[in-house]
Design a binder for this molecule. Structure first.
Ligand code: AMP
Length: 399
């Protein structure tokens, strides 16, 4: 069975074609500058080769999907004979609100519910919907499945997701914690149980997804019980460019001081804050580490703030679950940045979490238990694979 996974952004589209008989990626690619008037690049990877079409004009998502199908079925670089070989399409959808606690087969009714959720993710959900509409137009008879970043977190109890503001905000406008990176937290926590030879029901896990966007999740008995991101992906850890937790009073204070509009403030908190804002260097942790090594104090401070916050949430979630069996590091930073991992768990020996610092230093992007043999809490690096979660759910629901 072949499943095409689509991750549509407002002006970009990434895709992977899976052979689900062996869960291997047969081809993948992506394009940018969709609808922005020329200069687009379409990168396509198949049969061990990378192909790039540049200077394209991709007016909309429908054109983008058509280009994907043209490449996949191309006589020389293609991997399938016709698009009929694609048995189902899985779409990543950022916000599922309270309506979607699991992945669903996409019907007209599902699309209208997704449309009713646009308010909750005005930047992301419309792009995801465009991707779905484009696929429907080009492949009307192929089953489609929606997989939501928020779904895995729907098991949180009310005490974790209700904010300390008037309850009507939840009743009237569904203001609550939703959490994101759900497919990633689900994938790595299930893989963690496999690695440890346990059932997910037997484990308390703190999952640290540390990438451009970062979130930590508390997963008890296979179910999410708390997570750091909230109504939107702005809450929680300070991230590449997002502020994470701040005193909400800062917003009014700085809007007055800097004479900012609400939209300018929104951009300030989402795009100019986090480790970029603190360091003044950048949002990429490789640049931060290089600058810190050369004595840049603000780059070092940004790293210190980040790792201190990761550690704080690990401790908080260990307390929330009454103990922790495993701490997972995943995503770009969690998988590759040994310094961030080491600093985030230093001092957690009192919890029973002892890192093998020498081993940790050598691990980049490889599944490994990096705690010492006598550590009662296992610390594990697990490369994430959100696309595979989408492909698995799509296979399951389109049978
Ligand atoms: P993601 O959002 O999961 O793709 O993660 C992207 C981020 O991971 C980048 O912005 C970098 O900060 C970080 N990253 C990727 N590779 C490395 C590396 N080798 N060392 C440190 N950080 C890395």
């Amino acid at each position: 069975m072949k499943v095409l996974v689509i991750n549509a952004g407002s002006s970009s589209m990434k895709y992977q074609l899976f052979d689900m008989d062996n869960e291997q990626v047969i081809a993948k690619g992506g394009m940018d500058r969709i609808g922005l008037g020329g200069g687009s690049e379409h990168k396509y990877v198949a049969n061990g080769e990378t192909y790039k079409d540049t200077d394209l004009d991709i007016p909309n998502h429908e054109d983008a999907i058509q280009r994907v199908l043209n490449k996949l079925t191309d006589a020389t670089v293609g991997v399938i004979k016709s698009m009929d070989e694609i048995d189902a399409v899985g779409h990543r959808v950022v916000h599922g609100g309270e309506k979607f606690a699991c992945s669903v087969k996409i019907t007209d009714e599902v699309v209208s519910v997704m449309e009713s959720l646009i308010d909750l993710a005005p930047l992301h959900n419309p792009a995801n919907l465009q991707g779905i509409a484009a696929c429907k137009a080009v492949m009307p008879n192929t089953p489609m499945v929606g997989v939501f970043d928020t779904a895995f977190h729907q098991t949180m109890p009310a005490r974790s997701y209700i904010y300390g503001i008037p309850y009507e905000a939840y009743e009237d406008h569904q203001v609550r914690r939703y959490g994101f990176h759900g497919s990633s937290h689900k994938f790595v926590s299930q893989r963690c149980a496999e690695i440890l030879g346990k059932k997910p029901e037997e484990l308390n896990i703190v999952s640290c997804h540390l990438g451009n966007g970062s979130s930590v999740a508390a997963i008890q008995g296979g179910k999410c019980v708390d997570t750091t991101m909230g109504l939107t992906p702005l809450e929680g850890l300070p991230m590449g460019t997002r502020c994470g937790n701040i005193d909400p009073a800062i917003i009014r204070f700085l809007m007055n001081k800097y004479n900012m509009t609400i939209d300018e403030m929104d951009a300030y908190l989402n795009k100019k804050s986090g480790v970029l804002g603190v360091s003044g260097v950048g949002s990429d942790f490789r640049d931060l580490s290089a600058a810190a090594e050369q004595g840049n104090m603000r780059a070092q401070l940004a790293l210190d703030i980040f790792t201190y916050n990761v550690k704080k949430f690990i401790g908080a979630y260990a307390a929330a679950m009454g103990g922790v069996d495993a701490i997972i590091f995943t995503a770009g930073i969690g998988e590759n940045d040994d310094y961030v991992r080491a600093e985030s768990v230093k001092g957690l020996e009192f919890l029973g979490a002892k890192m093998n610092f020498d081993l940790n230093k050598t691990i980049h992007g490889k599944e490994t238990i990096v705690s010492t043999d006598d550590s009662s809490v296992k610390i594990i690096v697990i490369p994430t694979n959100e696309e595979l979660v989408i492909a698995r759910d799509t296979k399951e629901l389109s049978k």
